[in-house]
Design a protein around this ligand. Sequence first.
Ligand SMILES: Nc1ncnc2c1ncn2[C@@H]1O[C@H](COP(=O)(O)OP(=O)(O)OP(=O)(O)O)[C@@H](O)[C@H]1O
Length: 583
Amino acid sequence: MSPVAHLVVTYATPVVILSVALAKYSAPVWVFTAAKDFLYAQFTSQVRIGQEHDLQKQVMAWLATNRLENANALALADQRPRKKASTWSPPTDDPVYELRIAWRGTIATPRQTEVPPPEDEEEDEEDTDQLIYVPDVGCQFSYEGYRMWFEKYTETYNDPRDGRPQSSHTVIISCLTMFAGVKPLQRFLEHVKNEATVSFDAGITSYRPAALGSVAIRENDELLRWDSGIWRPRRKLDAVTLDAHIKVPLMKDIHDHLDPRTKRFYIHNVIPYRKGYLMYGPPGTGKTSFAAALAGEYGLNVYMLSLAGNNMTDRGLESLFEQLPEQCVVLMEDIDSAGIKRENMQTQPEPKEPEERPRSPSGYQRPIPRDINGYPISPPKPPRNLSNNPDALDKALVRAGRIDKKIHFGYASREVAGKMFTRVYCKSPAQLLDRERPFEGIPRLARAFAEQIPLGAITPAEIQCLLLSYRTDPIAAVAATAGFVAEAMEEKRKGTNVAGFEPDLDGFVFPADGVGQVEGAISLPTSSSVLSPGGNAGAESGKSSPAMTPGPTVTEAESAAEDEDTGEAVERFRGRGFGRGGR
Ligand SMILES: Nc1ncnc2c1ncn2[C@@H]1O[C@H](COP(=O)(O)OP(=O)(O)OP(=O)(O)O)[C@@H](O)[C@H]1O
């Protein structure tokens, strides 16, 4: 064979054979690929969930807790996923319980019976440093026998407000099904949502407006956004102690409002579906705690707005309200110091463009009262308004329709004081330190304690501070109460900040973590707000002056206790007092 023929045979033959083979089989391959694509296109249902939707987090949390074993890509979560369904143990003496049961009956699923023991909650809360993974791009899972897969797309862009890089995530859930269409996906999302709703025992997310500092934001208020939110453990409603005659009707009212039938009624009659409560009273009486606990109770997230500063315009507020989800609690703090007066509104014609509005010398636009008084930005959802001084509020702000109910949060009554005492010292075995044994005679001690709290003078926050200081010793707490009360009232009279209390605890054990103590101390009233004349808080202090005499002495408490040992123990601590001077 000639060399040319050899070359042709050696190199050309395989190429020819390969070309013939490809020509022969590529058509079926192409047909197969096209058919597959066609089938996928025809029979794949998809749902896109944007970052602004709460459901995105709920889907991620559901996947993280249910399907991690199948995930082939993981990412670190930026917040703790909620726990699975949990519920509460029925308190026999809680009149609010019936209402809660009724409410949850409308949303509960059978999974609600999967109740982890209450102690789990505490264990979980200590576990905050644990790394939490969530499924990342490409994770597959099955639901009701349908194969589903989850994709996540991240888009990065520069924030027009301050030019900083931001990212937004879109989650896509796909499902391959011949005949069921989008139904399995809808059922899946419904299931995730229900589970997340049932799991609201675990916590709530609270949002605040994202940083307001930059000039770009001030000049472009419609770009204001809520921040990405902070997950907080749910505060139980039972932990906020209120007099039953306040708590029960209030809960009933809120419960009725959130009933879907009420919503239907509002929509049918073209009435804005929202409800405003003005909670007023001295600092440290539980307004914020109650609103947050309420949100947790109904599985609603909290959107917090402080109206104290001047760095937000009405357009900014409007923009924030437009972004609220359908159901939430809007917590407006310090509305009495927001400077919202009807007169202001009348003297300030509202220009169309934000930059036409008058500016303060610092360059900030003053909020125009339309934010609260004007319908367009009135909160569409049940808001809670917190104020220490309702007298300072403009009548237009508190008129019916904007504020539907005013609720006074007052100083601790004996009932509240006794309940707080009982809650601190009735510890479950999981809460007892090594050296502690379950306390005995708590009801008697609680009575003795409550009798020493003068009416109209001491806030629940102050009581919490005292009790947490003696968290491991109820007898010492009872003995120290008279001194504590005397010192608290003296401090208020002098006008100094009672947060400066330092218990004289020689020989006693400080709370191990001190967290509650610090929290209570931070929130203790400054005398300026408690005693300020003219305001409600001041009026209240004034009114209550005659009642500010110390309550029954410890000796009376002892006789009420009818307990020799307890009496002796209390006697041992008498005179030690509470406070620097050991009065
Ligand atoms: N009624 C209450 N029951 C149980 N704890 C309470 C109660 N009131 C206040 N506390 C405790 O006191 C602290 C401060 O309470 P909170 O912030 O809710 O008071 P506030 O009335 O909202 O005060 P402010 O007017 O300063 O915002 C919280 O840590 C809370 O635990």
